[in-house]
Design a binder for this molecule. Sequence first.
Ligand SMILES: [Mg+2]
Length: 115
Amino acid sequence: MDLTATFIRMTVSTAMNAVKTVVAEREWEQFHSEGNLAKSVAIEAGELLQCFQWGSDFDADRVQDELADVLTYCLLLADKLGVDPEQIVMQKLAITRKKYPVDKARGRSAKYDAL
Ligand SMILES: [Mg+2]
C-alpha cells in the first residue's frame, strides 16, 4: 500500500470512528437499520441537489454541509453492512476501469456499451 492509500485509509477510519462515537453517545443505533440508512443517504442527496435547484449559484457552505451528511450516512451504512468503504470503492473502480478503458473513454461521457 502506498502512502496515499495509507493516508486515505487513515482519513476514512478517523471519520468513521468519529461518526460512530457521535451515534453511540446518543444511542441512535436503534434507528439505523440498513433501510433507514439507505433512505437517509437518498434524503441527504436530495438536500444536496436542492442546493443547485434554481441555477448555477449555490451556497458553498450549505453544499459542504449536505455533502458531509451524505458521506456520514454512507459511512454508517457501510459499517452496518460490515464492509470497508475504501475497499468497496476500490473494487468498484477496478470494474469501472475495465468497463471504461482509457483509450476508449477519455473525454467521452458515453455509457460503456456505447463506447
Ligand atoms: Mg442534510
